[in-house]
Design a protein around this ligand. Structure first.
Ligand SMILES: C[S@@+](CC[C@H](N)C(=O)[O-])C[C@H]1O[C@@H](n2cnc3c(N)ncnc32)[C@H](O)[C@@H]1O
Length: 210
């Protein structure tokens, strides 16, 4: 996330050594120092509703951070894998998951192969964490991981930002990025966004094309 103070975040952000969000060290440093303005510390109603509506879906969560959604799913007996390439994110998530710690793995989204075919990849604050040059690779990898009919669904941070992370994406750019591989089947406003995302999150559901 941006190292300038975000709306709703008290005080000045700390100074960090790492400035490259493409590197695990960038995120490691922020997790280690407790600077995580993106962390929801729980799950939002849109996630719960979608999960309830897709009870049989195996779920992959890339860039999981503290993995609140993985915990929610694992506690309900769902098949889920959550990955993050930052060791301290994984350590924090595993500690919080307790008996379910093994659903979290340290891995890079671009090279990870899940142990199941995901029916749903959950997006939250992952695309907007990636440098813009990675956007085409994000779309390509999502398309590789999902079989026809499977879903990419979650919270997308809409609207171009001058800097980041979070790197907001213009709606027409997001549509152009994903429509070669996916059909948009749901688009909803979001309640309960954190200040850093307030008013600019949409719950989008994309179905992988044949
Ligand atoms: C802004 S945080 C969001 C974490 C979580 N999704 C949430 O909503 O709280 C972005 C996360 O993506 C992870 N990440 C960034 N690039 C990644 C990659 N190529 N593979 C795996 N994780 C990555 C970072 O380490 C960081 O934990």
């Amino acid at each position: 996330m941006s190292d300038t103070t975000q709306p709703g975040q008290a005080g000045q952000a700390p100074e960090f050594d790492s400035r490259d969000p493409a590197a695990p060290a960038f995120w490691d440093e922020r997790f280690e120092r407790g600077f995580t303005p993106w962390d929801q510390a729980g799950v939002l109603p849109a996630f719960e509703a979608f999960a309830a509506a897709h009870p049989a879906a195996n779920v992959l969560i890339p860039g999981c951070g503290n993995a609140w959604e993985a915990r929610w799913l694992a506690e309900r007996g769902r098949t889920v894998r959550a990955i993050d390439f930052a060791p301290s994110a994984v350590a924090h998530a595993r500690a919080a998951l307790g008996d379910y710690a093994n659903v979290v793995e340290q891995a890079d989204f671009y090279t990870y192969t899940p142990p199941f075919t995901p029916a749903w990849i959950f997006e939250r604050a992952f695309l907007c964490a990636l440098p813009k040059v990675q956007r085409a690779d994000y779309a390509r990898r999502m398309a590789e991981l999902l079989a026809p009919g499977a879903l990419l669904a979650g919270y997308f941070f809409i609207g171009e930002t001058p800097k980041g992370p979070p790197f907001g994406i213009a709606r027409d750019e997001l549509d152009a990025l994903l429509t070669p591989h996916f059909t948009l089947i749901d688009d909803q406003p979001v309640e309960g966004s954190l200040p850093v995302f307030q008013g600019r999150e949409r719950w989008l559901t994309w179905r992988r094309k044949s």
